[in-house]
Design a binder for this molecule. Sequence first.
Ligand SMILES: [Zn+2]
Length: 83
Amino acid sequence: MEGRSERLLFHFAFLILDYFMMKCPNCSKPVEWQDNPHRPFCSERCKLIDFGRWADEEYRVPAEPAPVANEDERSTVRDEEEP
Ligand SMILES: [Zn+2]
């Protein structure tokens, strides 16, 4: 009986530790939660990297397809084929 409750205590200790020792979403390093202005990131660098990744994806979506350029390409190829 005693051994089991000890193990439970150990288990809860780890759960609590896990709760307070959050991991950085960018580099998975343990993050200090108290007095950390960059949480949930471990540092300002990781925060900026993650933010940059988000901004990158947002910029990429509307800028991708450009089907108008195809017609221009075709006409230049035709010009080149003429001797
Ligand atoms: Zn980090």
